[in-house]
Design a protein around this ligand. Structure first.
Ligand code: SAM
Length: 311
């Protein structure tokens, strides 16, 4: 396995219990180091997997880890929001039996300073999950170029920061004299606005807000969920692990809506929509990691797993 990729996939047993790996085609939309993919492939000898990740380093690590399953795995470097086209380009894929998304960044991405995800000192403000060639703007570009109103929106919506207005103003003031380049520049702006007691948790939240914006993460999630749902065979299962409340809310609401018989606006006297649920939510409450898992792998602490099954 490549250096830096966690050996233990998050909520490993819980994912297998929920998904019940079976013969047929499965999609892992967030391959990372291939940890969950290996679990799925190991759980059923006739399971065939399409693994997607936008990060070329992840594809390389997963290829090495899944070498023993090469005849049952197709690896695709791409964004999961394009999953419908990715599946369509493989004519052998009709419907799929199951799919998994383990959202966010991998431990490898977080630990590699050059990728610029962390607020450790002197980290370049990059944060592009697709690496240096994916054509997106870096976190530094956003801080140096975006209008104050847009920066405010990022801190408010994605960072749930009360002082979003002042923080955006501070960024714009600072960049007039020196460009934002490293984590130190953003931490300094946050410290001016939020005080010297700026906690690690708050820094993580504000850096994460920027990462969500750089990678357009919430829009990608909104797009991939119905695309995966529509690929599922009858009885097929979809599981999603999210790591913060914005992601979890999107997943929870999608699963709830798909599980309702009627989604007509309340003012319509007669149901004119599909009139039947598309499937069932398998997890009324999200599944959380055990204390033991969090002790072993602190990055699992915010994980929430939800599952949905197609009718
Ligand atoms: C938490 S890691 C997955 C770890 C993996 N489940 C394992 O067990 O090794 C998340 C991965 O999803 C990828 N990712 C996040 N958003 C993506 C997107 N929109 N499209 C494709 N890959 C994405 C990241 O590049 C990262 O490698």
């Amino acid at each position: 396995m490549s250096e830096g990729y966690s050996h233990d996939p998050v909520l490993a047993d819980e994912v297998v219990d929920l998904l019940k790996p079976s013969a047929g085609t499965w999609i892992d939309g967030t391959l990372g180091g291939g940890g969950h993919a290996e679990l799925l492939l190991g759980a059923h000898p006739e399971l065939v997997l399409i693994g997607v990740d936008q990060d070329p380093e992840a594809i390389e690590a997963a290829a090495a880890r899944l070498d023993g399953y090469a005849d049952r795995v197709t690896l695709v470097e791409g964004n999961f929001r394009d999953v419908a086209e990715i599946a369509a380009s493989r004519s052998e894929v009709g419907t799929v039996q199951g799919a998994l998304l383990d959202l966010g960044v991998s431990s490898h991405q977080l630990d590699r300073q050059a990728r610029g995800f962390s607020f450790r000192r002197s980290t370049p403000l990059d944060m592009r999950m697709g690496g240096t060639t994916d054509g997106r703007r870096t976190a530094a570009d956003l801080l140096n170029e975006e209008a104050e109103a847009e920066l405010g929106r990022i801190f408010r919506e994605f960072g749930e920061e009360r002082k979003w207005r002042r923080l955006a103003k501070e960024v714009v003031k600072r960049r007039a004299s020196a460009r934002f380049e490293t984590s130190d520049d953003l931490v300094a702006a946050c410290t001016t606005v939020l005080g010297s007691g700026l906690s690690a948790g708050t820094k993580a939240r504000l850096f994460q807000a920027l990462r969500i914006a750089v990678n357009d993460e919430l829009a990608a999630l909104q797009e991939v969920l119905p695309a995966l749902r529509d690929k599922l065979a009858s009885g097929g299962r979809l599981a999603v692990i999210s790591y913060h409340s914005l992601e979890d809310r999107i997943v929870k609401n999608a699963f709830r809506d798909w599980s309702k018989a009627c989604v007509c606006p309340p003012e319509l006297p007669v149901c004119r929509c599909r009139g039947v649920p598309l499937g069932t939510t398998m997890t009324r409450k999200p599944i959380r990691p055990s204390d033991r898992e969090v002790q072993r792998n602190p990055r699992a602490r915010s994980a929430r797993l939800r599952g949905w099954q197609r009718a």
